[in-house]
Design a protein around this ligand. Structure first.
Ligand SMILES: *Cc1c(COP(=O)(O)O)cnc(C)c1O
Length: 232
């Protein structure tokens, strides 16, 4: 068994453990393999080992890799997206996790309309209110949603957050919990065109805590492919 296959088994096993702890069905949790800086050969190994969803940060990397990926996989854009780059990925990705401005949502809507599709998006929330992170502030959320619920070619499918990196993931449990509260309150509200099906949170260091707090989409890179080499 190769390392990637081994790592995937390990992560899947941990997902099951975290679910068991809080009485959730592991089938509810989608594992997204984060493939930034990872070459297509290694991505293809992961896809052969049962990975179905891959997450990339950069538009350029999606464009470079798109034709070299063998399996019928779903692409997720998880990094910050500039408005002027939407046109390059609108026909390639299945979900955009990082929508945090009306301007960006409108551009996605416009480009999706042109190719006659509806793009699934998540709203990124800067839940720990960090200066260095993208995402909406919690108090901007409702007015943002009112505006984008009118767009016909984007469909809000849930929320996404990137929490601060800490050595002990227990320290960020509070942010995952807050996200779940926002998610649940939006689920109860009846905005047109706004679904709360996915809560994308948790990375290698903290995905088990995120799952315990209600995440159903974890984005794991290092835990599957090992440390990234940004120099390549
Ligand atoms: C890189 C990245 C991840 C994965 O990080 P790991 O710590 O390697 O698991 C998840 N989400 C986003 C938005 C990322 O940029």
């Amino acid at each position: 068994m190769n390392i990637i296959e081994n790592n995937i088994k390990f992560v899947q096993n941990n997902i099951e453990k975290a679910c068991k702890k809080v009485n959730r069905d592991p089938e509810e949790v989608k594992l997204i393999a984060v493939t930034k800086t990872i070459d297509t050969e290694r991505i293809n190994v992961a896809l052969k080992t049962g990975i179905k969803n891959i997450g990339e940060n950069k538009v350029q990397e999606i464009m470079d890799k798109y034709d070299k990926i063998e399996c019928d996989s779903s692409w997720h854009l998880i990094g910050h997206l500039q408005t002027n780059k939407v046109k390059y990925i609108i026909d390639k990705v299945d979900m955009i996790h990082s929508v945090d401005s009306v301007k960006l949502a409108k551009e996605i809507d416009k480009r999706a309309k042109k190719i006659n599709r509806v793009m699934d998006i998540l709203i990124q929330i800067n839940i720990a209110d960090e200066d260095t992170k993208f995402g909406l502030a919690e108090d901007e959320l409702y007015s943002f949603i009112e505006k984008i619920s009118l767009l016909e070619n984007v469909r809000v499918e849930g929320l996404m957050a990137i929490v601060p990196y800490v050595v002990d993931p227990e320290e960020v449990r509070i942010y995952f919990r807050k996200m779940k509260e926002v998610f649940d309150s939006l689920k109860k509200s009846s905005f047109n065109n706004i679904n709360m099906n996915y809560l994308s949170m948790g990375m290698t260091n903290d995905y088990m805590v995120a799952i315990e707090e209600g995440s159903n989409m974890v984005r794991v890179g290092t835990g599957i492919f090992g440390e990234r080499d940004y120099n390549k």
